[in-house]
Design a protein around this ligand. Structure first.
Ligand code: AHR
Length: 660
C-alpha cells in the first residue's frame, strides 16, 4: 500500500538558522529524556462483533445453541439456524437441556428422525451474515453428536450457496453412544460470500447435536481455535507495543452477574461459560483469556488485561442515556474469592507449570509464561464508596503478592470532572503506579489540549490513556489525533501508554462509531486514523529529543494545529522525526540533525495527506494511505509540509553507525 512519491512533498533545503521557540515545545527540557517504551498500543473490546463474528475465526453463529432473549429479545437457541427437511424427510426437533455435553453449555438440539427422505434431515446455519468461503481452501468442521439410537447414523456436512448448490462436503458415520466429537475437513471448490452450512442425518434415529463449528484451515499463525488471519494481520501491522483486553464496559458488565470472569473463558471451548454481551449480543468466549494472551505474544504486544474492580458498570440496566447509576458491588462475603480470582490470573499468566493456574496454561499448550507486566483494575467506574472499598481490597492484595506487576487504576470516563478528580485522589492516596484516563472528544479538543501533560506533576501516578478518539474518521479527525500524539511523545515520561478506541467493528453491527478498523465477512477496511496510529506505533522510540524540529514564525508561537516530535529507538538506534499538520496551510520549519553525529545520506520519508473531509470507508476506493519514498538527508534543513498532513522521517541507526 505504501507507494513511492516524489520528494517534493517535503521541501528540504539547506538552512543554517534557528527559528523562534515553539509553543509546541513549551515546557520541554533542553536535554534528551527517557520516555515510555510502551507508548502506543491497542484497545480490544468485544464490541460491534469484534470477537464473535469478528477476530475469532469461528464461522458458525450460535454454534452451541446458547443464544437467548437476554442477549437480544428476538433471539433464541435456533437463531441463525433452520430445521432442514428439503429432501421431504420428517421427524421432530427440540431444544433440550437434560443431558448436555457439559453443564456450562446447557442447550443442545435433539432430532428424532422418523423418515430421512431423499436427502436426510438436519440443520442449516447461516453464519454471520453468510459464511464466506474461497475456492481451493479447506475448512475444519467439528460437531458434538450424541447418537441415542442403537445403530450408527450416516451424517453429511456440506457448504452450499443460497440456491442449494454444493460448494464442498464431507460424510461420516456416528460411532458409539453418548456425546462424542467428530471432526472433518471440507474442501471448497467455489468462491462464495454468503454460503450456509448444512448438517444432515441420513437415517431414522434419535440424535443430540451441539457445538457445530467451522473454522478456515488457515487462521492467524495457524492456531487451533484461532483468529481470522486477514483481520489479525491488519491489527498486527500497527506494531502495537501492548494490547488491552477484553474491554471497556464489557469488563465490568451490565450488573454483577454480567461481570467478565476470566476463569469462565479458558479451557475446552465446549466447557466455557458463555454470557450476554453488554453491547446486546452474545459472547461465546471462544476468544478467551488464553487466546488473548496468545495473540498478544504473536504480535509482539505486551498483554494488558483489565479486570472489574468488584463493581458492575454504572450504566447497568440500560441507564446509559439518562445517566443514573446502576453500579453494584460484589457482596463483601464474595470479595475474598473475587480477589483470589485476580491473583490467580497473575499465576495463570506468569506462574510455573507446577502451580495450579500455570498448569492450566501449560495444558492449553503454553508452558512458558506470558510475561504479564501490566494489570488494569476497573474501567472508567463511578468513584463511589462501594467502588473504593473493593478497589482497595484488590489493589492491596495484588500489590502485596505481586509487587512486580504494574497496576493500572481508573479515573472515570472523562478528561475532567467529579470521577476524574476522585479517581486521582484515590490514586494519590494509594500511590497507584498508573491511572487510566479516557476521552472521546471533538477534533478541536485534541488540538486545544496538546499541553495537557506538560503541566502534569511528574511525581504522581503515570498515565495510561486507555481509550481516546476524536469523533470521526475523516483525515482531519485523524490529524487532530496525530498532533495530539506528538504531545504524548513529548510527555512520554508521564504518559506511559495510550490506545485509540475502539479497535475493530463489523459493518452492519456497529454499536459504537468511530472505530479504527471496519470489516465485513471477507474484507478489512482500515480508516485514516488507523494509518496515523500505525505511523506512531511503528515509529516509536524510548528517548525524546527536544528542540530538533522548530516550526517557523507564527506557527511556532500561536498555532495549535501543528505538532512535532523527535524520538530515538535505542534498540535500533533509529531516529524518527514527526511533523503533524491539521491546519489548512503548509507548515515550514527546520530540523537540526547536527548533534546526532555523522548522518547517512538518505532516510525514509512517509506522508499521509489528502482531502481533510475524506474517510476511508468500505465504498471508498480512493482510500488515503501512507506514501513512502527515500529522501536525501541534510544536517540542517528547512522543510515545508503540506496542509493536512502527517510527515514521518525515519533515519536508520545502522546507517548512522556506518557513517561514524
Ligand atoms: O470504547 C467504547 C466504550 O467507551 C468502552 O466500552 C467504555 O469503556 C467507554 O465508555
Amino acid at each position: 500500500m505504501m507507494k513511492k512519491i516524489a520528494c517534493t512533498v517535503l521541501l528540504l533545503t539547506l538552512a543554517f538558522t534557528w527559528f523562534g521557540a515553539s509553543a509546541q515545545q513549551k515546557g520541554d527540557a533542553t536535554k534528551p529524556k527517557k520516555i515510555s517504551p510502551d507508548l502506543f498500543g491497542i484497545f480490544f473490546e468485544d464490541l460491534s462483533y469484534a470477537a464473535d463474528g469478528g477476530l475469532y475465526a469461528e464461522l458458525i453463529q450460535n454454534r452451541s445453541f446458547e443464544y437467548n432473549p437476554a442477549d437480544n429479545r428476538d433471539w433464541n437457541s435456533m437463531t441463525a439456524w433452520k430445521y432442514q427437511t428439503d429432501g421431504f424427510g420428517y421427524g421432530t426437533i427440540s431444544v433440550e437441556t437434560a443431558a448436555p455435553v457439559h453443564p456450562n453449555n446447557p442447550h443442545y438440539i435433539l432430532l428424532d428422525i422418523q423418515d430421512e427422505g431423499q436427502k436426510g434431515v438436519g440443520l442449516e446455519n447461516s453464519g454471520f451474515d453468510g459464511i464466506p468461503v474461497k475456492a481451493g481452501k479447506n475448512y475444519n468442521f467439528s460437531v458434538f453428536l450424541n447418537a441415542i439410537s442403537d445403530q450408527s447414523l450416516p451424517v453429511k456436512v456440506a457448504l452450499v450457496d443460497r440456491k442449494g448448490k454444493e460448494l464442498g462436503s464431507s460424510s461420516f458415520t456416528t460411532s458409539d453412544k453418548g456425546w462424542k466429537k467428530y471432526a472433518e475437513q471440507i474442501h471448497v471448490n467455489f468462491d462464495n460470500d454468503s454460503a450456509k452450512l448444512v448438517l444432515l442425518i441420513k437415517a431414522k434415529g434419535k440424535i443430540g447435536i451441539d457445538m457445530v463449528s467451522l473454522f478456515p484451515e488457515e487462521t492467524f499463525k495457524n492456531h487451533k481455535n484461532g483468529l481470522r488471519a486477514d483481520l489479525a494481520q491488519v491489527i498486527a501491522d500497527i506494531k502495537p507495543k501492548f494490547m488491552r483486553f477484553p474491554g471497556g464496559c464489557l469488563t465490568h458488565g451490565d450488573g454483577i452477574a454480567n461481570i467478565y470472569r476470566w476463569k469462565n473463558t479458558i479451557g475446552p471451548v465446549e466447557q466455557r461459560v458463555e454470557q450476554r454481551n453488554i453491547w446486546n449480543y452474545h459472547q461465546t468466549v471462544g476468544l478467551g483469556y488464553f487466546e488473548y494472551f496468545q495473540f498478544c505474544e504473536d504480535i509482539g504486544a505486551k498483554p494488558v488485561p483489565v479486570l472489574a474492580a468488584g463493581v458492575s458498570c454504572q450504566n447497568s440496566g440500560g441507564t446509559w442515556r439518562i445517566g443514573s447509576t446502576g453500579q453494584k458491588g460484589i457482596p463483601m462475603e464474595e470479595m475474598k474469592a473475587y480477589v483470589q480470582d485476580v491473583l490467580d490470573l497473575v499465576e495463570y499468566a506468569n506462574g510455573p507449570v507446577t502451580s495450579t493456574w500455570g498448569a492450566k496454561r501449560a495444558a492449553a499448550g503454553h508452558p512458558a509464561p506470558f510475561n504479564l507486566e501490566y494489570l488494569g483494575i476497573g474501567n472508567e467506574d463511578k468513584i463511589t464508596g462501594v467502588f473504593e472499598e473493593r478497589f482497595r481490597m484488590i489493589y492491596d492484595a495484588v500489590h502485596k503478592a505481586h509487587p512486580e506487576i504494574k497496576i493500572i487504576g481508573t479515573v472515570g470516563p472523562s478528561p475532567s470532572g467529579e470521577d476524574f478528580e476522585k479517581g486521582w485522589k484515590l490514586a494519590d492516596q494509594l500511590s497507584v503506579g498508573i491511572v487510566d484516563e479516557h476521552y472521546y472528544e471533538k477534533p478541536q479538543w485534541f488540538l486545544k489540549n496538546t499541553q495537557r501533560y506538560d503541566a502534569y506533576n511528574r511525581l504522581r501516578s503515570k498515565v495510561y490513556i486507555g481509550e481516546y478518539a476524536s469523533w470521526g474518521n475523516t483525515l482531519f479527525n485523524a490529524l487532530s489525533e496525530a498532533v495530539y500524539m506528538t504531545s504524548l511523545e513529548r510527555n512520554g515520561d508521564v504518559v506511559r501508554m495510550a490506545s485509540y478506541a475502539p479497535l475493530i467493528a463489523r459493518i452492519g453491527h456497529t454499536s459504537w462509531n468511530p472505530n479504527l478498523i471496519y470489516f465485513n465477512g471477507n474484507k478489512v477496511f482500515p480508516t485514516v486514523n488507523y494509518y496515523i496510529q500505525q505511523q506512531f506505533a511503528a515509529n516509536s522510540g524510548n528517548e525524546y529529543l527536544p528542540g530538533v524540529i522548530k516550526l517557523k514564525g507564527e506557527k511556532a508561537v500561536i498555532d495549535t494545529t501543528a505538532g512535532v516530535s523527535t524520538v530515538r529507538d535505542s534498540a535500533t538506534g533509529d531516529l524518527i522525526l514527526k511533523i503533524a499538520n491539521a491546519g489548512n496551510t503548509p507548515v515550514s520549519g527546520e530540523a537540526d540533525l547536527s548533534k546526532i553525529g555523522q548522518l547517512p545520506k538518505s532516510a525514509t520519508l512517509t506522508v499521509i495527506t489528502g482531502n481533510p473531509e475524506v474517510k476511508n470507508s468500505a465504498d471508498n476506493s480512493q482510500a488515503i494511505v501512507p506514501q513512502s519514498s527515500v529522501i536525501k538527508l541534510q544536517k540542517k534543513w528547512a522543510f515545508t509540509v503540506p496542509a493536512y498532513s502527517l510527515t514521518v522521517v525515519r533515519i536508520s541507526g545502522r546507517e548512522i553507525e556506518k557513517h561514524k
